[in-house]
Design a protein around this ligand. Structure first.
Ligand code: GAR
Length: 197
């Protein structure tokens, strides 16, 4: 059974979809920790209400010292004996010093069809470009931002009257399907990408 630490920064809807999935009979992974860099992240209370260990590590007191923040985060994750890290709306960039030791064991979900639109404001950028479809990607985390081997993608159509918000909502529905599907496969040792629909 693989132990999964989920890192969040906000409401944690993807985190909840992962917890729901891991609660299913026969799942090859179990949650060991939900941690946030924002002590006020709504997802922390949601995870605690489901009986999952939580931790808050505010990045602000560390200022620009990312390695010091990451060393503390690593200690917390190690204390919960995680085998896999899932970034789920974790909005801090992690340096190579943190990422490299977790190579092949850390996943991220990104709200675009990578390699398009790394970084922020993905939906606004897709609309500005006149894209006919959008989507989300789960990938292995490497030191390059929103890079790394793709483990799954889900596509949605762009509608003529979409705003970044309506498109984000349509993509998020698919994120909640894709991430659990990828984690289930990944935790069982299968890295074959999942393509939805
Ligand atoms: C999700 O849309 C996720 O793809 C995105 O943040 C949202 C978090 O929502 N992640 C990124 O933009 C990472 N760069 P959630 O807290 O409800 O899961």
């Amino acid at each position: 059974m693989k132990r999964v630490a989920i890192l969040i920064s906000g409401g944690g809807s993807n985190m909840l979809s992962l917890l729901d999935s891991m609660a299913e009979t026969g799942h090859p992974a179990t949650p060991c920790l939900v941690a946030s860099n924002d002590p006020n992240a709504g997802g922390l209370a949601r995870a605690a209400a489901r009986g999952v260990a939580t931790a808050a590590l505010d990045h602000k007191p560390f200022g620009k010292d990312r390695p010091a923040f990451e060393a503390e985060l690593q200690k917390i994750i190690a204390a919960h004996a995680a085998d896999i890290i899932c970034l789920a709306g974790f909005m801090r960039v992690l340096t190579a010093g943190f990422v490299t030791p977790w190579s092949g064991r850390m996943l991220n979900i990104h709200p675009s069809l990578l390699p398009k639109y790394r970084g922020l404001h993905t939906h606004a950028r897709a609309l500005e470009a006149g894209d006919q479809e959008a989507g989300c990607t789960v990938h292995e985390v490497t030191p390059e931002l929103d890079d790394g081997p793709i483990l799954g993608q889900a596509r949605v159509p762009v509608e003529a009257d979409d705003t970044p918000e309506t498109l984000a909502a349509r993509v998020l529905v698919q994120e909640h399907v894709l991430y659990p599907a990828v984690l289930r496969r990944f935790a069982s040792g299968d890295r074959t990408p999942v393509y939805l629909p």
